[in-house]
Write a protein that binds this ligand. Sequence first.
Ligand code: UAG
Ligand code: ATP
Ligand code: API
Ligand code: MG
Length: 486
Amino acid sequence: MNLRDIAGDAFPELEDQLARSVGALAVAGVSSDSRKIEPGMVFVAVAGAKADGAGFIADAAARGAVVAVASHNIDASIPVLVANDPRRFLSIAASRFYGKQPETMVAVTGTAGKTSVASFTRQIWAYAGHSAAMIGTTGVVSPTRNEYGSLTTPDPVSLHKLLFELSNEGVTHASMEASSHGLDQGRLDGVKLAAAAFTNLGRDHMDYHPTVESYMAAKMRLFDALLPKGSPAVIFADDAWSQQAVEAARGAGHDVRTVGRKGDYLTLKRVEHFRHKQVAEIHAGDEIFEVDIPLAGDFQVANALVAAGLAMSTGVPAKVAMAALEKLQGASGRLELVGHTRDGALAYVDYAHKPDALSNVLESVRPFTTGRVIVVFGCGGDRDRGKRPIMGEIACRLADVVIVTDDNPRSEEPASIRSEIMAAAGCATEVGDRAEAIRTAVGMLTSGDTLIVAGKGHEEGQTIGSVTLPFSDHAELRKALEELKP
Ligand SMILES: CC(=O)N[C@H]1[C@@H](OP(=O)(O)OP(=O)(O)OC[C@H]2O[C@@H](n3ccc(=O)[nH]c3=O)[C@H](O)[C@@H]2O)O[C@H](CO)[C@@H](O)[C@@H]1O[C@H](C)C(=O)N[C@@H](C)C(=O)N[C@H](CCC(=O)O)C(=O)O
Ligand SMILES: Nc1ncnc2c1ncn2[C@@H]1O[C@H](COP(=O)(O)OP(=O)(O)OP(=O)(O)O)[C@@H](O)[C@H]1O
Ligand SMILES: N[C@H](CCC[C@H](N)C(=O)O)C(=O)O
Ligand SMILES: [Mg+2]
């Protein structure tokens, strides 16, 4: 492949530059990280949060890059092409270089529920007989893979390499999470979407997005910049931001399909909560279904509806999608029942690490808790500080017992993170060591209580400073429950 081939016709500003001999250069790959450059590759210089890629062109050239792409002209030993938006160039070039992706791809955005929706969509497709994969916070799941991941939306080069591989492995359907960082940084540009979805909007990532409006605008890029005009846009109807999402999707010319109590594509008429399942009456056009969803938590019904909407919008009949909901497995660490005490108190791991998620999960378990709701949680270091007191207040308002502990303090002083939470959590006890906090909570459990260990979900480490030590809420919770048994 030559440079002209991987740029295609998406960059009018490059046409003259590519018409010269540089356009015919054979290209061995593309990367925005000079440390990953191998001979013959294109280096794309992007300005990031920590560094400016333009400062690494010399390093890339020394490692064998044949050409660089940047936002402005820079003197270098290799030709430098000037593109309006190097991040977009990176994504489009990666998609053209790898050239293949599963035929049916969907993406879901929203503050909470992305991983669950992506996972449920994969499960519904698989139930309908398709070879299906999901890509998200918990990693990659496909008929042949179950790999742990680090980013919710991978960087464009890793993403397109992965899509190429999945496609070669026979995967025809793939669902992915579109994080606001991913959308803002154009990581999904070049993915050919058949449908897209929105779950909800709450406070998150205020360290990255200056205002909630700009956070919403980043999410809406999924509809106004990525989804091809006229495609199905599945929108959860019962969130405070639903109407705005509907308007954004309609404005972009999409086929809007709302789901939820106020939904018109899938309408939730009634839901009964049981300890480990919920029975929902769902209307799909003229058809009425009574569905046993084998998961706890109101929010899982919302996620199941969004996933069913995506599956139906990509060809799965309503009847098959509804039958698949009865077989759903929760995504790892999302209100996941880990065990119980001898007298039946339940202990869950959950990934709530932002205010709305925490209030949702605490409210979800209340209906089936005859005793106390006990919560153990902390807040990550080097992340939005504003959410700390908000989460402290929510915990004390919605739980009966609150233990504040550490959750990936990263470069921050753990005690000062805890004290910012404690400032608004007068009811709480502070136990810094997370394993000890979990043991303390388990020791308090009596019949009818529910314990939620929130914030880390599927994570397998605790990052203190720059070191990540092995740590699993599941394992610590199981150990503590085991120790209790005589
Ligand atoms: C703030 C943020 O989103 N950073 C992401 C971003 O990095 P960046 O572009 O800002 O990079 P930078 O470190 O400033 O460097 C600028 C450029 O110089 C290059 N460089 C740097 C050093 C060098 O020697 N040579 C070189 O070429 C870098 O490769 C980069 O291209 O692009 C990188 C590649 O795509 C990501 O790995 C990186 O994720 C960091 C590790 C991260 O922690 N991101 C989190 C916040 C994130 O993206 N989270 C979301 C949402 C999570 C959720 O709520 O679900 C996610 O999608 O995971
Ligand atoms: N639809 C929803 N509404 C509100 N809260 C939810 C919803 N779905 C999930 N949650 C809460 O958010 C947590 C994370 O869920 P999930 O991993 O599916 O969301 P996510 O959007 O992928 O989150 P992240 O951005 O952290 O990857 C759950 O453990 C639960 O506490
Ligand atoms: N994708 C999110 C996950 C946060 C999970 C929580 N355990 C924390 O470390 O804050 C982030 O990196 O901000
Ligand atoms: Mg996720």
